[in-house]
Write a protein that binds this ligand. Structure first.
Ligand code: ADP
Ligand code: K
Length: 447
């Protein structure tokens, strides 16, 4: 089903004209209203009055996540605070989070993009959507919520987690669609099996999955375990939220449509920044074409993928392949974005901890787990007269238990993720032998 057929099937020549006009307007709009962009454009010698639109988009400077942090909280907004209808933050950010804002018009376009996405994913008016994305500052929960309502679905705003309740409502409400991270969908599938709940006891037909990378193997497991068709939804808060692109349920595995009347995509070389030809892998970059509160010009997502036109299909819009990885060191743990520096900031605040730490990421079943190993400072070890740390020693010293408890709680509070903390003695973490020692040991691909 096409939610907005005239837009979704618009002839490419028409779509280009529309994008071109919108781009010129968006550039002039931010030049007038956002000092950051005015400065960027001045430096690049771009004058909105003579800017040639799409032909010259490659001349616009990239906008990096750093710009959002540097302009915290509202410095990139193009409207007065009173005109904002909603504020969201990106998940898993300590210190200065990245804040995004929406006017009423932005929220409408957000909801329409999600409505288009859900319709492409198999959803229909009247179907029940169990929305197991997290509600709150994260764009996933409310983003899906408003889009589903716009499409005419019945939304069950259950939010993330609470597996007992998820399974109960799947049975009692007979929800037809579930939206969540792919890893949580796998957990639900495993739990159904463990509890001997037959697929005939639930009524799921579709699973709308996103917020983290996933593969065809995971798709097959979710489809079998939940008795659904599983489809990909992609997005990021800086550009809007979920629903920037979406896979059509009848075209599974061929990529996700980008709603390019609102979000203009490019893929650029990760080393040179040069635009790449259709189909080649590089970093995905988005320019918003219609945003009012927080437009972004050439936002550098760090997501590695490719974009291409797929001629044999229902819509004219371009598709993107699956996300192959990130060009920065952001980890995505259970859908939550995490930089190791967030943990480092907490460690720096705890006087007893040294600068040596490592995050070990593993996958147990379908769940990502993080172990944080951190060395205590020498002085602390000397003061306590210990040369090793084991359970008995942890038991013996209140100080150690307090540090561990405090550190764990801070991680949970600041990153929104529970991690296992291990306190260690000097020398536990591998030292650099010239090269860079990674703070991250991601073992998930071994699982
Ligand atoms: P949050 O997810 O906490 O709102 P963001 O919106 O910043 O934070 O997260 C966006 C990032 O999540 C993307 O840049 C991408 O790395 C990842 N992501 C989102 N959806 C998908 C998807 N379907 N496949 C792979 N990665 C995804
Ligand atoms: K994410």
């Amino acid at each position: 089903m096409l939610y907005n057929a005239s837009m979704e099937t618009m002839a490419l020549t028409e779509l280009r004209k529309l994008q071109d006009q919108r781009l010129k307007e968006q550039v002039a709009y931010v030049y007038d209203r956002v000092p950051f962009y005015r400065q960027q454009l001045d430096q690049a010698n771009i004058n909105p009055a003579t800017f040639q639109g799409l032909k010259e988009i490659h001349k616009l400077p990239f906008t990096y996540k750093k710009a959002l942090r540097d302009n915290y909280p509202f410095g990139l907004f193009a409207v007065k605070e009173q005109e904002l209808m909603r504020l969201h933050c990106s998940s898993g950010t300590t210190g200065k989070p990245t804040v995004v804002g929406y006017t009423k018009e932005d929220i409408d376009i957000f909801a329409e993009s999600v409505a288009r996405s859900l319709a492409a994913g198999g959803c229909r008016p009247g179907m029940k959507l169990q929305n197991a994305y997290g509600y709150g500052l994260f764009t996933g929960g409310l983003g899906l919520h408003y889009g589903a309502e716009k499409l005419g679905m019945t939304v069950i705003p259950i939010s993330g987690g609470g597996t007992d309740r998820q399974l109960m409502l799947l049975q009692d409400f007979q929800s037809e669609v579930i939206s969540c991270t792919p890893s949580y969908a796998l957990t639900l599938a495993e739990e159904l099996k463990k509890r001997d709940i037959p697929l005939s006891a639930i009524n799921l037909k579709y699973a709308v999955l996103g917020a983290e990378p996933w593969t065809e193997t995971i798709r097959a497991q979710v489809e079998k375990g939940l008795g659904v068709k599983a489809v990909n939804i992609y997005g990021l808060s800086e550009v809007m939220g979920p629903g920037v692109s979406m896979e059509d349920v009848d075209e599974q595995g061929t990529g996700s449509y980008i709603w390019e009347d609102h979000f203009f995509p490019e893929v650029v070389d990760r080393h040179t920044g040069e635009p790449l030809p259709e189909g080649e892998l590089g970093v995905l970059v988005f320019t918003t074409l219609t945003k009012k509160a927080m437009p972004v010009l050439r936002y550098y997502t760090n997501d590695i993928t490719n974009i291409y036109y797929d001629k044999s299909i229902k819509r004219t819009h371009i598709k993107m392949g699956p996300i192959r990885g990130r060009s920065d060191d952001m980890l995505i743990i259970r859908g939550v974005n995490l930089f190791h520096t967030q943990i480092e900031e907490i460690i720096n605040e705890i006087g007893e901890l040294s600068a040596y730490y490592q995050l070990i990421v593993t996958r147990k079943g379908s769940m990502d787990e993080v172990d944080v190993v951190v060395e205590l400072r020498d002085e602390v070890l000397k003061a306590l007269e210990i040369s090793e740390i084991n359970e008995a020693i942890m038991e013996q010293y209140d100080l150690l238990r307090n540090i561990k408890g405090y550190f764990s709680k801070k991680i949970k509070d600041n990153c929104g993720l529970s991690m296992r903390v291990t306190l260690a003695v000097t020398g536990t973490i591998p030292r650099s032998e010239g090269g860079k020692v990674s703070h991250i040991d991601d073992r998930r691909h071994l699982a």
